[in-house]
Design a protein around this ligand. Structure first.
Ligand code: FES
Length: 107
């Protein structure tokens, strides 16, 4: 699910291939690309679940203006993954509600 060649922009410039984790699972992406891009390339569409209705959210604006792509990154919640560069060894987790992880016993 990556753009390999764009008719106007040509081939994308990429950093080196690195590893990170998504919910504890090892994954690969290109250094410096948005976290959201690496996740999308791996087929991950849901980044967080809304607080009130527990609805799934993913990339919406892709320019850092909404909050649909926020996730927990290296233990910090509310990180906009569409504008945050991927680095080696990052720990990326699905966010539940405003600031956290899924509570024990919840669906
Ligand atoms: S998709 Fe809107 S801030 Fe990332």
């Amino acid at each position: 699910m990556r753009i390999e060649e764009h008719p106007i922009l040509g081939a994308p410039q990429r950093g080196r291939l690195i590893t990170f984790t998504y919910n504890g699972k090892p994954m690969e992406g290109y250094e410096g690309e948005p976290i959201a891009s690496a996740l999308r390339a791996a087929g991950v569409m849901v980044h967080r679940y809304s607080k009130k209705e527990n609805k799934p959210r993913g990339i919406f604006c892709a320019i850092g203006r909404c909050t649909d792509c926020v996730m927990i990154v290296d233990g910090k919640p509310n990180i906009r993954t569409c504008v945050t560069p991927l680095t080696e060894g990052m720990n990326v987790e699905t966010q539940y509600g405003i600031s956290g992880k899924r509570k024990e016993g919840s669906a």
